[in-house]
Write a protein that binds this ligand. Structure first.
Ligand SMILES: [Zn+2]
Ligand SMILES: [Zn+2]
Length: 49
């Protein structure tokens, strides 16, 4: 399984929300779950600046 964004990199897991394969650079780990960057924003909205 390869990262969706980096075809040369092995994925370490898949996004909990949308299921895309993510490498360690793309995966956002929260607790024991993995999210892609776009989904982690919608799940854990950072406080507006
Ligand atoms: Zn996702
Ligand atoms: Zn990647």
């Amino acid at each position: 399984m390869k990262c969706r964004n980096h075809p040369a990199k092995d994925a370490i897991g898949s996004c909990t929300i949308c299921g895309v394969s993510l490498c360690e650079d793309c995966a956002v780990k929260v607790d024991r779950s993995i999210y892609c960057e776009s989904d982690v924003d919608s799940v854990f909205r950072p406080t507006p600046m």
